[in-house]
Write a protein that binds this ligand. Structure first.
Ligand code: SAM
Length: 275
């Protein structure tokens, strides 16, 4: 088969993955969904022709969007993921013994159905009794949520239904939905390609939270391969000492990465310079 998946990452930059086969393609009420087997990175989930996850590198994103904020909280019990229908963030959250409930708030039920069918290694924890699934818009859901310890925004890019997930009002509603020492995190795209977006998000968080910090990780199938996450809290962002002795099975996160991920190259520090 000489079929390529091509993602237009910007008007002048493309990612190409040669495919072995296409396993599913459909139009859901919200987006175009595709599952394919790639030669280089294993099985791929794409939405609107943008890579969401591949089996070969999903561990980086899912470990980094979950363990880093969970270890910033003294005792996370109630956690919510906004988006994240592949289930990878829920799988990682449930590795923390203190967690009693992990809410998944996904607008598109088809993403979860397809993830259960084609990505069991990513989605299996969605069947855990501590996982609670809500098929609704995260922007609406967060307005009525209360007493959350950690909120993780695991969204698609800021177009279509995810646009509001990048706005200051949404961060305000997250603040209202969390306890005093609550911690939020949102995927914030690439320091090489999306500097204005990172600044926009950081400003939006600073309006409601005293402490905002950026950290990064290497994710080969996301634009530029270098990804960022913005974290915010009303309490100082210092990891709880349990991270040093935590016995988690991970492939990217380590106790060293928990703190090293916040050490930024100069050009990334400068993105937030006057925000
Ligand atoms: N890791 C991925 C990335 O950065 O490309 C994101 C993965 S996850 C599949 C993103 C999910 O967010 C999608 O399944 C999409 O349906 C969901 N989503 C988008 N907007 C949403 C909203 N307003 N409320 C809840 N879920 C939303």
């Amino acid at each position: 088969m000489n079929t390529w998946f091509t993602e237009n990452q910007t008007d002048a930059l493309r990612l190409g993955l040669r495919l072995k086969s296409v396993l599913a393609a459909e139009k859901t009420p919200y987006q175009e969904l595709m599952v394919a087997e790639t030669e280089t990175y294993g099985r791929l989930l794409a939405l609107d022709n943008y890579v969401q996850t591949t089996v070969a590198d999903e561990f980086v994103y899912h470990e980094m969007i979950t363990h880093v904020p969970l270890f910033m909280h003294p005792h996370p019990k109630q956690v919510a993921v906004i988006g994240g229908g592949d289930g990878g963030a829920i799988r990682e959250i449930l590795k923390h013994p203190s967690v009693e409930k992990a809410h998944l708030v996904e607008i598109d039920e088809r993403v979860v159905t397809i993830a259960r069918e084609y990505f069991p290694e990513i989605s299996h924890a969605l069947s855990d009794p501590r996982a609670e699934l809500h098929f609704t818009d995260g922007i609406e859901w967060i307005r009525q949520a209360r007493q959350l310890d950690v909120v993780i925004v695991d969204s698609t890019d800021p177009i279509g239904p995810a646009e509001g997930l990048f706005q200051s009002d949404f961060y305000h509603n997250i603040r209202q939905a969390m306890t005093e020492d609550g911690v939020m995190v949102a995927q914030s795209e690439s320091p090489f390609l999306h500097r204005d977006l990172i600044r926009h998000m950081a400003r939006g968080m600073r309006a409601w939270f005293e402490h905002v910090a950026l950290y990064t990780a290497a994710i080969p199938t996301y634009p530029s391969g270098y990804w960022s996450f913005l974290m915010a809290s009303s309490k100082p962002l210092v990891p709880h000492p349990r991270y040093q002795t935590a016995n988690l099975t991970t492939r990217y996160w380590t106790p060293g990465i928990q703190t090293a991920a916040f050490v930024l190259p100069r050009f990334v520090e400068e993105i937030l310079h006057d925000v």
